[in-house]
Design a protein around this ligand. Sequence first.
Ligand SMILES: Cc1cc2nc3c(=O)[nH]c(=O)nc-3n(C[C@H](O)[C@H](O)[C@H](O)COP(=O)(O)OP(=O)(O)OC[C@H]3O[C@@H](n4cnc5c(N)ncnc54)[C@H](O)[C@@H]3O)c2cc1C
Length: 444
Amino acid sequence: MASNFKVIIVGGGPVGLTAAHALHQAGIDFVVLERRETLFNDEGASLVVSPPTLRLMHQLGLLSSVRSIGADIQRVKSFDLAGHRFAHHLGIFDAMKKNHGAAPMAFHRAELVEAFHHGLPADAKAKVLTGKKIVDMASDDAGVRVTCADGTAYSGSLILGADGVHSQTRRFMRRLALAADPTADWEPEEPFPAEYRCMWCSFPRPGEAGLGTDTQHKDRSTMYLSGKDRAWIFLYEKLPEKTAQRARYTGKDIEEYAAKFADFPIDDKLYVRDVFDKSTAGMANLEEGVAKHWSWGRMVLVGDACHKVTPNAGRGYNNGAQDVVALANRLQGALRSSADGTLDNATLAGLFDDYQRTRTEAMQSDASISAHVTRLHAWSNTLYYIFARHIAPWGFVQRYIQNQLSAPQIAKSLILDYVPAEEPLKGSVPWEHPMPSVPLSNKV
Ligand SMILES: Cc1cc2nc3c(=O)[nH]c(=O)nc-3n(C[C@H](O)[C@H](O)[C@H](O)COP(=O)(O)OP(=O)(O)OC[C@H]3O[C@@H](n4cnc5c(N)ncnc54)[C@H](O)[C@@H]3O)c2cc1C
């Protein structure tokens, strides 16, 4: 049955483009509307991708190309402010490699987004539009309509909000929900408070590839990571008070902030002052939280728009990719059994509730790990200090975390159930969702 269904993806970031690939594989029509003029702004940050996302990339035909631009994380060191190295793990992810067939891989964000775009076939690439800032949205029983700042408008069956932590889709959903029912229990427009902030920048790799370091200190900490050609620093600080107010930092703020960290060591003989590059720097408050509502009407959220974690543990994009899989599987399944290739509001509401329930459960553990890692590095209280400084440095603790805590979660990760592929990652822990081997009617 040919589908009359069209998804409007708001946001051409890593999650929006992952959604474009997943929908393309399902044969579901889509358009990506990205507000920026270019998709590959070199904004400095890295993205560390975990084994479940590497598996998904294999399904999307991207794994071999992205592997050539990434680096496995091999070694992790921890320092204090005086430069004393109190932890050194060579082969830090050996247990994960043994369990799941791969270690986490570090990428330059702009390069990864470019690889996602490059990997789309020409007809799908033509559906990714830039310079399309969404300024209005409507959703009713018949479909959706979005209006862009340049005056153009797009109609479809569903709005998929992949527009990040300050999501306009989330804002419009809230506005429309409250207009329909002023008593609806809806959270504030900016639902995620921040307790920490972070500045990041990138520069040519100064030493070995695949090195991660952290420098821990009370309420202030740094991380360093090296990829294939580039490396990155992340400078974290506890905010004077928790706030849900969106912060916008200027170039001057960034330079003053970086100056406070100039003497932080980032490796045995390397300091923040040696590598800081204001031309690639960005800075933001680190919001944390999981939204209460992930959908309304024919609008649904994925990625940072519906859950935001601190970046220390590298879980943000990886969870956004899992959202895309969970949602795409449900949409593809529902459209396959739809007689006329459409889905009504009631069907979508049931599908969205099921999607949110599944993903919220899975998110809890990663949100908690991310929050703990940030507070461990910032010695946020005595217990965190003792664990970070005296317990975590032991190799058996890292192996325990990977074998006992991470492995069961990673094994549960989702893959597209309509894209047959060879299993690319083989380890000793079986995947709960094996790669589909049969070409199940994979076009709706
Ligand atoms: C310093 C740092 C390091 C990180 N490291 C990692 C890591 O190692 N691993 C990991 O998994 N995660 C990491 N994260 C988190 C990760 O960056 C996010 O989880 C991820 O980028 C979320 O992707 P997204 O597509 O949902 O949102 P975004 O990346 O925010 O993209 C949203 C897109 O929507 C567009 N947009 C916004 N509003 C509109 C509008 N009105 N109209 C049209 N388009 C719009 C934006 O321009 C943007 O392109 C890190 C985050 C930071 C800050």
